[in-house]
Design a protein around this ligand. Structure first.
Ligand SMILES: NC(=O)C1=CN([C@@H]2O[C@H](COP(=O)(O)OP(=O)(O)OC[C@H]3O[C@@H](n4cnc5c(N)ncnc54)[C@H](OP(=O)(O)O)[C@@H]3O)[C@@H](O)[C@H]2O)C=CC1
Ligand SMILES: Nc1c(N[C@@H]2O[C@H](COP(=O)(O)O)[C@@H](O)[C@H]2O)[nH]c(=O)[nH]c1=O
Length: 388
């Protein structure tokens, strides 16, 4: 969903470092802006001086363009005639804050270079059109430009929600060399080392919600919060618990008011009442006839999109992982492999017995990194394309 020409144009060579800087600012908005996108803005004078910069704040607060204009003002810089580099098309609509386009126009900005068009089909292109109509030179990078790709990777969750109505789903798994995620008796702490676990928390922090299954809740009594890295807010915690079997003593219910449970019961009954009294929000999403008594995972994930969740982080056991993968609901696999063998035990993903390799899900490797002796692989389903 991008504005049509005449806006699309290749950046000039001297634009690229400023766009990179705007992207670096946008990265600072990770874990802060949900449900809004992560946006950075840099304002530069015609003779190449940095006048102001900023990134989007928490939802309801200032957007990147306003932060950059404020920064310039605080420094006494005159932004008339300057160029604003933004990682996402400035908004033209009144949301919780006034339109950024108007702020840029009022400040006398002469040129706006945007890495990405607004993916919201209801408003796409309107920001650039409004700037253009006000005499501002509005430019948009071609979608395949590496800086446009970097901007969309940073906002995959927002793009996914706008274009597919559901979050970008990242499944995290910590496994042994022989692909085990728990011993046969359910013990799984810890397979990976501290650096890999800290890295896992950085990915939790990035997400608007962390989702697990009742099997994991039962065996591990996990907290599913962000503790190992600093964060401005905790992601929403989500449990798939078809029959509302969660113990009221579960750590997921602490602190109260932060757990969302999808279940499949026609009537939540006394168990539901107890969980609700412990602060859980219960949502019935019963499956269709082929999965009676089970949560409809696609419906639950779509509901999370409606609640403003851009990136959804899954940390579940092999059963739920298998159901999500088979339903085509997984966009990325974050796999930590630790150098140990665990013998008989639980695998990563329950796919049942496949009879042909053609039916085996294949992945494309995005990147790999070593974290103090553990290996992290980031993979996407082969043939899938990100929601650009
Ligand atoms: N190393 C790692 O990265 C991790 C390891 N683990 C380990 O995994 C083990 C738990 O695994 P597991 O029991 O598979 O736990 P899960 O978290 O996968 O939860 C299992 C539950 O998910 C439900 N489920 C599966 N598919 C669906 C569906 N389509 N709709 C609704 N519900 C569904 C099942 O419900 P139903 O019973 O109705 O079929 C089942 O009860 C523990 O030992 C834990 O330590 C857990 C997380 C991460
Ligand atoms: N065993 C294992 C992981 N397991 C995941 O971490 C969860 C515990 O989360 P918390 O209670 O917040 O600390 C657990 O339920 C499971 O989902 N993660 C890893 O990075 N490495 C590991 O070796």
């Amino acid at each position: 969903m991008h504005a049509s020409p005449p806006f699309t144009s290749l950046p000039r060579p001297d634009d690229e470092p400023w766009l990179q800087q705007a992207l670096a600012l946008a990265e600072q908005a990770i874990g802060l802006t949900d449900p809004n996108p992560r946006v950075g803005c840099v304002i530069v004078s015609t003779d190449g001086r940095l006048l102001g910069q900023g990134h989007t704040q928490a939802a309801g607060q200032a957007h990147a363009e306003v932060m950059a204009l404020r920064d310039a003002q605080e420094q006494g810089a005159d932004v008339r005639g300057a160029t604003a580099y933004v990682t996402l098309e400035p908004c033209a609509h009144h949301g919780r804050t006034p339109p950024c386009c108007d702020a840029l126009i009022a400040a006398g900005i002469a040129r706006v270079v945007s890495a990405l068009g607004d993916p919201n089909p209801l408003v796409a292109g309107q920001g650039l059109a409004r700037l253009h109509a006000a005499g501002v030179r509005a430019e948009l990078l071609p979608v395949a430009h590496p800086l446009a790709v970097a901007a969309s990777e940073l906002n995959l969750g927002f793009l996914s929600r706008m274009q597919r109505g559901r979050p970008f789903v990242r499944m995290k798994v910590a496994a042994s060399l022989d692909g085990r995620t728990a011993l046969a008796n359910g013990v799984s702490k810890w397979i990976t080392g501290p650096a890999a676990r800290r890295d896992g928390h950085a990915w939790r922090r990035r997400a608007g919600a962390v989702l697990t299954g009742i099997g994991t809740a039962r065996e591990d009594d996990p907290r599913m919060d962000v503790r190992e890295v600093q964060t401005a807010r905790q992601p929403q915690r989500v449990l798939i618990d078809s029959r509302l079997e969660l113990s009221p003593q579960a750590r997921l219910l602490q602190p109260p008011g932060q757990l969302l449970i999808y279940h499949a019961l026609p009537d939540p009954g006394p168990r539901g009442a107890i969980l609700a009294a412990h602060g859980a929000e219960l949502v019935a999403t019963p499956g269709a006839d082929d999965k009676p008594g089970k949560v409809d995972l696609a419906v639950a994930i779509r509901d999370l999109g409606q609640r403003g969740i851009n990136e959804l982080h899954i940390e579940a056991g092999y059963k739920l992982n298998g159901s999500l993968l088979r339903a085509g609901l997984v966009d990325e696999l974050l796999l930590y492999v630790a150098p140990l063998l665990m013998g008989d035990g639980r695998g990563m993903v329950d796919l049942g017995a496949l009879t042909a390799l053609e039916a085996a899900p294949r992945f494309t490797l995005l990147d790999s990194t070593v974290l103090e002796g553990d290996l992290r692989l980031r993979l996407r389903p082969a043939g899938s394309s990100p929601p650009l």
